[in-house]
Write a protein that binds this ligand. Structure first.
Ligand code: TXA
Ligand code: MG
Length: 325
């Protein structure tokens, strides 16, 4: 069921009152609060269990509003905003004074995006301001791509969940730092590197590690409860069978062209052939393995081009070392 006009007005009223509203975007669901209300912003961090030094994205209702949230809009930022907004692209720029430091984790830069989802845009229009919205999951876990995921994980701390159906893109926005002379990708996402390069007319760097505080760079991010192991595509079946024989409850993300798949493992999910379908389903698959009681997930990386770059990034982080705490 998708949100009604009544729901949207109610959500806008809650935002004005400093409360937390979960909202659908085309990438993943966000946990929203009034970006200019420092106390509400602080509640977002508390609800997620996120360290206050990890900056949030400010969602705005249109590219024409960007200048109100940043110190200045360089030509490159303008070009990217015009091409990709509304859509899964986040631009990092120097912040305008109206952006509280609580939202930026103390940084002088701010991440801004115009989400490409009709319910999110209707909410932003009704509310009239900017909405900080990190993915609506607890810190370190898998991002939600349905309203049901949000209710299951944050139902007790969010004041209202706007339902906009399943997210179309399924992985988070691409974050591009446009503060310097050369734009660089801080997090691969729904807008591909190839799309960025086509618009900019030059190669775009995707640094493997970043000096900016991007919690997505933290290895234990986007992780299900089950341990994720990455192997070569042709080894997925044999490794999965071996682990199951050793007593694990194994879930398998079965790459295309793996034949019949492994015998007698706990759960097998065939990877969709199209990268867009794979990105859309990835987080749902990881949640499904947890629900089915898997303690180990065997997967391989897709080719790192197009949306495959973002999928591989999330799988690597899901497989990364866990925090002990
Ligand atoms: O698709 C998305 O981007 C989703 C939807 C809800 O819009 N949001 C999202 O938010 O993924 P979150 O908080 O889970 O991730 C935001 C990322 C973090 O990695 C954060 O460090 C980075 O944006 N970020 C925010 N402000 C930044 C800044 N000033 N400089 C560098 N990175 C920044
Ligand atoms: Mg997140």
């Amino acid at each position: 069921m998708t949100a009604s006009t009544y729901d949207i007005d109610k959500a806008a009223g809650l935002l004005r009152a400093g409360r937390l509203v979960a909202l659908p975007t085309e990438t993943v669901y966000g946990l929203g609060a009034n970006a200019e209300d420092a106390a509400a912003v602080t509640r977002v961090f508390q609800a997620k269990g996120r360290p206050p030094s990890h900056p949030l994205i400010v969602h705005i209702g249109g590219a024409e509003l960007l200048g109100e949230w940043v110190e200045e809009v360089p030509a490159t930022a303008r070009l990217l905003a015009e091409h990709f907004w509304p859509g899964p692209l986040t631009l990092v720029l120097r912040r305008a004074p109206r952006v509280p430091l609580e939202a930026t984790g103390g940084l002088e830069t701010v991440a801004v995006r115009v989400p490409g989802h009709p319910v999110a845009l209707a909410l932003l229009a009704a509310f009239g301001g900017g909405v900080v919205a990190p993915s609506a999951n607890r810190f370190g876990s898998v991002s939600p791509t349905t309203a049901e995921h949000v209710r299951a994980e944050l139902g007790d701390v969010v004041d209202f969940v706007l339902d906009g159906g399943p997210c179309d893109v399924g992985v988070e926005s691409t974050i591009v730092d446009v503060t310097g002379d050369t734009p660089s990708v801080l997090r691969p996402g729904g807008v591909t590197r190839e799309d960025l390069e086509a618009v900019l007319g030059r190669p775009v760097a995707v640094p493997s590690t970043s000096h900016v505080r991007v919690p997505g760079q933290h290895p234990s991010h986007y992780a299900p409860e089950a341990r994720v192991v990455l192997v070569e595509p042709e080894k997925v079946v044999v490794e999965a069978e071996l682990a199951q024989e050793q007593g694990h409850k194994v879930g398998v993300l079965l790459p295309p062209s793996s034949g019949d798949g492994p015998a007698a493992v706990h759960a097998v999910v065939p990877v969709p052939g199209s990268m867009a379908d794979y990105a859309r389903s990835l987080y749902g698959f990881l949640r499904e393995f947890d629900q089915r009681g898997c303690d180990l997930v065997v997967a391989s990386l897709p080719p790192e081009e197009g949306l495959g770059l973002a999928i591989a990034n999330r799988l690597r982080r899901a497989a990364g070392p866990r925090d002990s705490g």
